[in-house]
Design a protein around this ligand. Structure first.
Ligand code: ADP
Length: 441
């Protein structure tokens, strides 16, 4: 980037210099041209005012002086024929009436013209004055053309360009280094975006980087925490399986104990299975985030009915009544995710309930509601129940086969479907969870 900026500055500086040189040359040429014409004008006027200027003797006298000053003097008669010239032989000269300066002099009394000389790099300047008898006195001078002036200035221009380029090179290096320093600071301090001080124009980019950085950190922390939690959760049932198996292996346990220990092993193995099941499920839903997953038009009421049927027996075992209310309501969603969502919510409503309690499931107007009159969730934990492995009462959750992942899977599914999730809970009175979907397009 620095190279790029340096190069650009140098190119721009050179182009600007070249343009300035051309313009300056042109301006100088204009001044020079005016000067030459003015000089010729004064000279011609003085000569024309001189007495007897048409006398050959006088003419020869002044002409030699003029010749020394590189000024050509010509006298032309009324008809346009040259009768005197201090440079050219008059016999070879053609009629001069159609020369621009002569035409002007005849018409207005005096006139000038500038003509390119036969030699390409020279220019001829002419000034003519009409004398009282109608003949024309003309002076002329050969001088540099604009191209010639420019070529003469080329070495000087090149020298200036070289000096300016050297100055430009060092100042642009200093400038780019100075300008890009904040950008380099950003690159060097990606991990500490809070210490970066930079231009206001770069603030949006920094804010974006800062946010991305925070997101990545948060994600990494969550991942680390999740891995630690998973290991911890898996360790508990495995330790218990290993312990009971060791006891049985020692052969010191009686038949009754062996049966009891085998039962414990069975319970822990079941727990391991449901844990692994939920962990797999949550990573599956995690990988779906941001990618396309299969959706179809599904009836929430129908899926809720299937879940209620499936849980009827469990509810009865816990002395809880489960009921379904509502009507057909279609939403665009992934069917198996919807089954899982409704099942998890109903399962929780049964597990965190008291004997004699109820679970009401309602599906209508693209909305699903599961309410119970169970133990409820204390207000301080309501925001946290959707976190992975968070449980209000760990032992109750474990006793009832919970893994602490159910609601976080629910939250994930809701987010993936762009739906809203509302939790209302009062300890001892009960809990209501509402999931509001967007209407089918
Ligand atoms: P778990 O597998 O422990 O049930 P969840 O993620 O499903 O995990 O729920 C997290 C915690 O939220 C539960 O441990 C429980 O304390 C609380 N909870 C969830 N649903 C209810 C409910 N309907 N009533 C009371 N508490 C609930």
């Amino acid at each position: 980037m620095k190279h790029y900026i340096n190069l650009r500055i140098m190119i721009i500086a050179s182009a600007a210099l070249l343009m300035t040189a051309v313009l300056c040359t042109y301006a100088c040429y204009r001044v020079f041209r005016e000067e030459v014409i003015d000089n010729l004008k004064i000279c011609t006027r003085l000569l024309s005012d001189k007495e007897n200027i048409q006398d050959e003797k006088v003419l020869l006298d002044v002409a030699s002086d003029l010749y020394d000053d590189n000024i050509r003097l010509t006298l032309i008669d009324k008809r346009g024929d040259v009768i005197f010239d201090n440079v050219a032989r008059i016999e070879g000269l053609d009629n001069h009436l159609n020369r621009e300066e002569i035409e002007k002099a005849i018409e207005k009394g005096e006139g000038y013209s500038v003509r390119r000389s036969a030699t390409i790099n020279r220019t001829n300047y002419y000034y003519a004055v009409r004398l009282p008898d109608g003949s024309i006195l003309r002076t002329a001078r050969e001088s540099h053309s604009i191209i010639n002036i420019f070529w003469q200035a080329v070495p000087l221009i090149l020298l200036v360009i070289l000096i300016v380029l050297i100055v430009c090179y060092f100042s642009s290096r200093f400038l780019t280094r100075h300008l890009l320093a904040p950008v380099e600071t950003i690159a060097a301090n990606m991990n500490h975006p809070e210490i970066i001080r930079t231009y206001p124009e770069l603030e949006p980019i920094i804010a974006h980087i800062r946010k991305q950085h925070d997101d990545i950190l948060e994600h990494a922390n969550l991942r680390q925490e999740f891995t630690a939690n998973v290991s911890h959760e898996l360790k508990t049932p495995l330790t218990s399986i290993s312990g009971y198996a060791e006891l049985i292996e020692s052969g010191l346990t009686g038949e009754e104990d062996t049966q009891k220990f085998a039962g414990e092993i069975h319970k822990s193995a079941d727990r391991l299975l449901s844990l692994i099941n939920d962990i797999l499920r949550i990573s599956e839903v995690d990988t779906l985030a941001g990618s396309d997953f299969e959706t179809e038009s599904v009836d929430l009421y129908e899926i809720a009915g299937t879940c209620v049927d499936m849980l009827e027996l469990t509810a009865r075992d816990h002395d809880i009544t489960i009921s379904l209310d509502g009507e057909k309501t279609m939403v665009t969603a992934n069917r198996s995710m919807m089954e899982e969502l409704i099942f998890n919510l109903c399962d929780n409503a049964i597990r965190y309930n008291s004997p004699g309690g109820y679970v009401h499931v309602t599906a209508r107007d693209h909305m699903l509601k599961v309410s119970d009159n169970g133990i409820g969730i204390p207000p301080e934990y309501q925001a946290r129940v959707f976190e992975r492995f968070f449980r209000v009462d760990k032992s109750r959750s474990k006793r009832t086969g919970g893994t602490g992942l159910g609601l976080s899977i629910v939250k994930h599914i809701v987010t993936l479907h762009g739906a809203d999730l509302i939790l209302n809970s009062v300890p001892v009175e009960g809990t209501t969870i509402v999931v509001q979907f967007a209407p089918c397009p």
